[in-house]
Design a protein. Structure first.
Length: 316
């Protein structure tokens, strides 16, 4: 039998040490991959749980709207107000180790931004443009972005002063084309020239794209109410009359608003811009589980039978 010399024994030892080191690395890599795989699976499971918690919260919101419809069906003159069950703030609810949060707002408390351009002839609606100018002034947003909004909505390619059409948007990175039609979602606003994230967040509570043509006097914020008519703009006393009166007793019809002190001469104008009913409702639902979070924004149109027809769905 051949006896290994000292050099050969040294090489053999080095090979063994390298093999052991390699095996150690392989085992560590396998353990790390297994741990990460387990962690990834756990995170995915937690995200899935949070998603279904959020979905369940949407169902709760629909249940509240359905129950409100049943109550309305028993009323001689139904109306929607901040006293309704759907409008009452609900605290977070613990469910099977997770948390569910749900909130509902009616879209009729906001101004329908698509009214800025008449869909029949593509022309700007001057009355609504004036309403937007008043709203923007109240909330501290420059009215100079209104032409850009109008250009986004109108079907032509003629750029208004301070506006923007295809040429402007194609120079952006990445480039895109303007809508040239009604906005399907309020998120379109973020794509319009002059509207950054801060401006968008400021506008979001006051604007909608749902086809609510009149504002609900029972739910609209003071800023929206004050923007509706020149007589209301800058008249804090009249706005306070509305807010105070609806807190004591919601308006059943517009006659109740017209009977308030100072509103007698505006009955015709009020009937054009106000209502006491809401048709579209947005349910904001959030589910959390073990650090994972899922948020769903879903907008439904309430049907005559109390059911909801889905109008928009967004997940974050």
């Amino acid at each position: 039998m051949k006896t290994l010399n000292r050099n050969e024994r040294g090489i053999a030892l080095l090979v063994v040490l390298m093999a052991i080191a390699l095996m150690t690395l392989i085992v560590m890599d396998f353990s790390t991959a297994a741990a990460l795989g387990y962690l990834s699976s756990a995170n995915q499971a937690n995200e899935l749980r949070s998603y279904y918690l959020a979905r369940s919260a949407v169902s709760v919101g629909l249940g509240l709207l359905t129950e409100d419809s049943r109550i309305d069906a028993r009323m001689e003159t139904p109306f929607d107000s901040l006293n309704d069950a759907w409008a009452v703030p609900l605290p977070p609810v613990d469910v099977d180790g997770g948390t569910v949060t749900v909130a509902i707002v009616d879209e009729a408390r906001k101004l329908n931004i698509n009214q800025l351009v008449n869909t029949n002839d593509g022309q700007i609606n001057p009355q609504f443009a004036a309403t937007l100018e008043r709203l923007f002034s109240i909330i501290g947003i420059t009215p100079k972005i209104i032409p850009a909004i109008a250009d986004w909505l109108d079907p032509d390619s003629i750029e208004s002063p301070n506006g923007a059409e295809l040429g402007f948007y194609l120079r952006l990175n990445p480039p895109y084309a303007p809508r040239n039609g009604p906005m399907p979602t309020i998120g379109d606003l973020k794509m319009i020239r002059g509207i950054d994230d801060a401006t968008f967040k400021r506008l979001l509570p006051f604007l909608t794209v749902e086809p609510e043509m009149q504002v609900n006097a029972n739910t609209a914020p003071p800023e929206v109410l004050a923007s509706l008519l020149p007589e209301l703009y800058g008249n804090a006393n009249l706005i306070n009359e509305i807010i105070t009166a609806r807190m004591i007793r919601p308006f059943v019809n517009l006659t109740d608003v017209g009977n308030l002190p100072g509103f007698g001469q505006m009955s015709t104008q009020l009937s054009q811009v106000l209502t006491t009913r809401s048709n579209f409702f947005t349910i904001s639902a959030m589910g959390t589980f073990a650090g994972a979070r899922k948020v769903i924004y879903s907008t439904f149109r309430r049907q005559p039978d109390g059911s909801g027809m889905l109008a928009a769905w967004q997940e974050n």
